[in-house]
Design a protein around this ligand. Structure first.
Ligand code: ADA
Length: 572
């Protein structure tokens, strides 16, 4: 996985990015014709990429096959894929390693008994949307296809470390913490093997012992808790990070961790025992030229703009972002909301009760918590966005997701974003209440007028009081209006103008800031994104134009207004 630092010094890892052979399979005949042994023909593409914009196949939905020769110097290889859109099937030398569903989460295959030397790796990416797709066809972003994020080949030798979660509990004064490591270990040899194992956290050795595993055995190990004193906390102003190194005789795994506490108390959100207000944006990890194969250098540029705007938080709408992006947030002290692509409006009642779909969502939550556990910047897990949470079956689904995140998700707040908060059954179950409403833009549930907001803040308080939920912190997780960059008007209330968007956001942000039970805002959205043709004609140019920057990151009038407000509220 591409990080801001080396994850391994002992282990040999090969970045499989670069040239791959590529062949389209619109009739889905590749498997029958044995392409998994090696492609019969093909053109060269650069991975990571999506085929839609880079290969001129904008509207192609279906299968694309990729082939790469890899060379290994070890007999056990771990193949790591950060994102294949959307169903991946992987073969090595014609042998099927497995399948993975889901566009935005990482997966891996461990292959034993590999001969040293050259091998043929074949991947089929299938972007077809079908009955059980997650998200469904009606979704407000583009259905790209391909190997969209990095691929690596890891040579595993001896007892190897697959994951390391640093689990901690800070003392009340936040000066010390009880810490242990939860390790997922694997013996890459066919015979039983013993190894030393140690965990260094900064300068402190928190574990030193030994382990014996049977041939190809995988085992979870939890080290005994130790107390760490004089903790330098991770906070938005002082994002202190510790390097953690797990080593065995033959392998290592390096990560960064930060100690911080996030909780809710008496209607407040407390970060390290201090009340915090969120000044945020929703951001898609998307670019019109690169799709979801978003280059890291552009992530840095986005972050510079977001920081310049005075934001202290980002919602990764609507899927887990790359680890390197979250590393950047860890380093800068920017808070992050990470969620799975359960994008509600597209999910019918039937879909929400479909066990395959529910299971796919749970699996995405498992992958998200497995691969992102240590990041201090992630302070919110999002379970789903705008599904119909007025039904008992969605309450059941929500409970299932919540319980998983509570048990395996570390110290984070858990929520969902609701677009019908006045009859939502699940909000009371969450740590914080998060609301997506578009008064002043859409007419649903209002008159389309800005004044609907004043009534809304009163109605919401009444509803929450009636349900016994008042006292949970409320975040406005989406609100906004579309503006066509460069379209200006002298008149008031001209929709699609930059001025209309600016004035609406100003009205909303000021109102939410002075509403005593609200604790922050994530405006919709940082920049325009290409959207799906399944959205109606309201999406002019097939873009969601609610960005306060256009899709090439040029600012609209609203950008400067939001910057002024966010900075003023923080005394900056
Ligand atoms: C929803 C949704 C966003 C976007 C937005 C809009 O709230 O969560 O992804 O589609 O509406 O622009 O209408």
């Amino acid at each position: 996985m591409k990080r801001l630092f080396n994850e391994h010094l002992k282990r040999k890892v090969t970045d499989l990015g670069g040239a791959w052979k590529f062949l389209l399979d619109p009739d889905k005949v590749g498997e029958e014709q044995g392409w998994y042994k090696g492609l019969p023909s093909g053109e060269t593409v650069i991975v990571p990429s999506v085929w839609n914009n880079e290969l001129g196949l904008l509207n192609y939905e279906g299968c694309g096959w990729y082939e790469k020769k890899i060379i290994t110097g070890a007999s056990t290889v771990l193949l790591e894929f950060e994102s294949v859109m959307t169903t991946a099937t992987v073969w090595l030398d014609g042998n099927k390693l497995g399948e993975h569903y889901g566009a935005f989460t990482q997966f891996e295959f461990i292959v034993n008994d590999v001969s040293l030397g050259e091998h043929t790796l074949v991947v089929r990416a299938d972007s077809t949307i079908e009955k059980n797709s997650f998200p469904q066809r009606y979704t407000d972003w583009f259905n790209y296809g391909g190997i969209a994020r990095d691929v690596f080949a890891h040579e595993l030798e001896g007892i190897s470390i697959l994951t390391n979660h640093i689990v901690y509990e800070l003392a009340d004064d936040l000066k010390s913490a009880k810490v242990c490591a939860e390790l997922d270990l694997y013996n890459a040899c066919k015979d039983e093997l013993s190894s030393s194992i140690s965990v260094m956290l900064g300068e402190t050795e928190i574990y030193n012992g030994s382990i014996t595993l049977g041939g190809y055995e995988r085992k979870s190990v939890v080290t005994p808790s130790v107390t760490l004193n004089d903790i330098a906390l991770w906070d938005t102003d002082t994002p202190n990070l510790y390097t953690v190194v797990v080593s065995t005789d033959t392998d290592d795994l390096i990560d960064k961790v930060g100690f911080r506490k996030i909780e809710v108390k008496n209607g407040d959100i407390l970060l390290n025992n201090k009340s915090i207000e969120f000044y945020g944006v929703n951001r898609h990890d998307e670019h019109p030229d690169w799709g979801f194969a978003f280059p890291a250098k552009l992530m840095k540029k986005d972050l510079d703009l977001i920081c310049d705007m005075g934001c202290n938080t980002i919602r990764g709408s609507h899927y887990p972002n790359t680890k390197i992006f979250v590393d950047m947030l860890d380093e800068r002290g920017i808070l992050f909301w990470s969620e799975i692509p359960m994008w509600g409006c597209g999910f019918s009642w039937e879909a929400l009760q479909n066990p395959v779909i529910i299971g796919r969502g749970l699996n995405m939550h498992k992958e998200m918590t497995r691969y992102y556990y240590n990041h201090p910047s992630i302070i919110i897990w999002g379970m789903h966005n705008e599904i119909d949470t007025s039904k008992d079956f969605t309450l059941d689904l929500t409970k299932q997701y919540y319980e998983h995140l509570r048990e395996f998700g570390g110290n984070r707040l858990i929520t969902h974003a609701s677009n019908h908060p006045l009859n939502d059954l699940c909000m009371g179950y969450n740590d914080i209440v998060c609301i997506n409403i578009y008064h002043g833009w859409y007419n649903y549930g209002g008159t389309g007028s800005l004044k609907d907001w004043d009534k809304f803040v009163v109605d919401l308080k009444n509803y929450m009081t009636e349900k016994g939920w008042f006292g949970k912190p409320v975040i406005m997780s989406e609100f906004g209006a579309a503006a066509l960059a460069g379209f200006h008007s002298h008149f008031d209330n001209v929709r699609w103008s930059e001025e209309y968007q600016r004035d609406l956001l100003e009205y909303c942000i000021e109102l939410f800031h002075k509403t005593d039970y609200m604790r922050g805002t994530y405006l919709w959205q940082f920049c325009n994104i290409r959207t799906s043709p399944s959205m109606d004609i309201n999406r002019v140019r097939y873009f969601n134009n609610k960005g306060i920057l256009d899709e090439y990151r040029n600012p609209k009038a609203a950008y400067f207004k939001v910057k002024e407000l966010y900075k003023r509220y923080q005394g900056k």
